[in-house]
Design a protein around this ligand. Structure first.
Ligand code: NAP
Length: 295
């Protein structure tokens, strides 16, 4: 079987184009879609992420405003900033970059109003998802659904096996796929470290989502012929032959999946490339919902 490689880049371009069209329409009506990034401390990965969001926003007409707090800030200071942004009508979306500094619990994020929680970070938004109501999901979980839908892969009535139950990927994704909605209606199995004999589950998947954070843990003999694989994992492994001394791999042994799977997302270059674009898309969506002049 020839395995189709589901690349993220063309889909990200499609989403960014949608962001441009919608942000232009909003600006024509005097609304500047605005995303506030809350960055606490100077985590290097957060620096890279926030500058990539800013660059992407600049190109697509989304105003991205960075609010920085020192890593020494108290939870009350962080909560105070979030409250101010939450009440500011010119701010349509809020994302607080993780990891939060030691001593600041993710409870501070609960001050983000659900309508502005464009990265689905709050318990309230997860609750809305669980109960099947409209809600923003974490962009990584959303990226999995977008990847499948925009690649023309049917989800309805299919058995999706998700390996990983984190609040950022596995849990929200399971609830998105269970919805009684277009692009959902799947039968979902969620596996984790206490799942007995993981491969008995993975082999029953029509669609397999790996979100474990364990390099190449899903081997070729754990796959059913014709499965569609979405690999969310991002793992560095040592590689002396690489200039950097490491390479990035997913949670699935990619080479072993070739010829067995009907389709697979690569790592890097798969779902990870969609998240920034989806964050902007959600921000524009949140701005549109505030537009009382729109019919
Ligand atoms: P996490 O919070 O560490 O959760 C990992 C999940 O996988 C847990 O539910 C864990 O089970 C399960 N798991 C780990 N090893 C397993 C095994 N051997 N068998 C079965 N289940 C196993 O990780 P996460 O934040 O969800 O992230 C998962 C992966 O996605 C990571 O590689 C991360 O880098 C990547 N990621 C990528 C993006 C992106 O592309 N933008 C964003 C977020 C995450 P237990 O619950 O039992 O511990």
């Amino acid at each position: 079987m020839e395995t189709r490689i589901l690349k993220g880049r063309p889909i990200a371009a499609e989403i960014r184009e949608e962001v441009s069209v919608r942000s232009t329409a909003l600006r024509d009506r005097g609304i500047v879609p605005t995303l506030s990034i809350v960055q606490i401390g100077d985590d290097p990965a957060s620096e890279i992420y926030s500058s990539s969001i800013q660059k992407a926003g600049d190109k697509r007409g989304v105003n991205v405003v960075l609010s920085r707090l020192s890593g020494e800030s108290s939870a009350a200071q962080v909560a105070g900033l979030i409250a101010v942004l939450g009440a500011d009508p010119s701010v349509h979306g809020i994302i607080a970059l993780k990891p939060l500094p030691h001593g600041i619990s993710s409870d501070v994020l609960e001050g983000i109003p659900p309508a502005k929680d464009v990265d689905g970070a709050t318990v309230r938004n997860l609750g809305l998802l669980v109960t099947g109501r409209p809600a923003y999901a974490p962009c990584t979980a959303q990226a999995v659904v977008e990847m499948l839908v925009r690649s023309g892969i049917e989800i309805s009535s299919r058995h999706v096996v998700i390996v990983g139950r984190s609040p950022v990927v596995g849990r929200p994704l399971a609830n998105m796929l269970l919805r009684k909605a277009d692009n959902a209606n799947a039968t979902v199995t969620v596996c984790h470290t206490r799942t007995r004999d993981l491969s008995t589950h993975t082999r029953t998947a029509d669609i397999l989502v790996a979100a474990m954070g364990v390099p190449e843990a899903i081997r070729g003999d754990m796959l059913a012929d014709g499965v569609v694989i979405v690999d969310v994992g991002v793992n560095r492994i040592d590689d002396a032959s690489s200039e950097r001394g490491y390479r990035v791999v997913g949670d699935v042994a990619f080479d072993e999946a070739l010829g067995v799977a009907a389709a697979i997302t690569p790592v890097p270059g798969g779902v990870g490339t969609l998240t920034t674009s989806l964050l902007l898309l959600n921000t524009v969506d949140a701005a549109m919902r505030t537009d009382t002049k729109a019919s």
